[in-house]
Design a protein around this ligand. Sequence first.
Ligand SMILES: [Zn+2]
Length: 61
Amino acid sequence: MMDETAVYICDSCGEEIEVSLDTSAGNQQEYVEDCPVCCVPNVLRVTWDEDGRAWVESTRE
Ligand SMILES: [Zn+2]
C-alpha cells in the first residue's frame, strides 16, 4: 500500500503543501508543479520507501 498523498514545504513561500500522488507511475518520480499558494513552479522529487510511505523533496525550478 503506497501513500497517495504527501506534504512538502514550498521552497519559495515556505508553506506546507499537500499533494496528490499518482502511485501507478513508479516509486520514484520527478515532476514540476506550481505551488498553489505562491504559483512558483517547484520541482518535486517523490520517492516511496519500503513501507509505502511517500517522501517529497521540493526545489525551485
Ligand atoms: Zn509557494
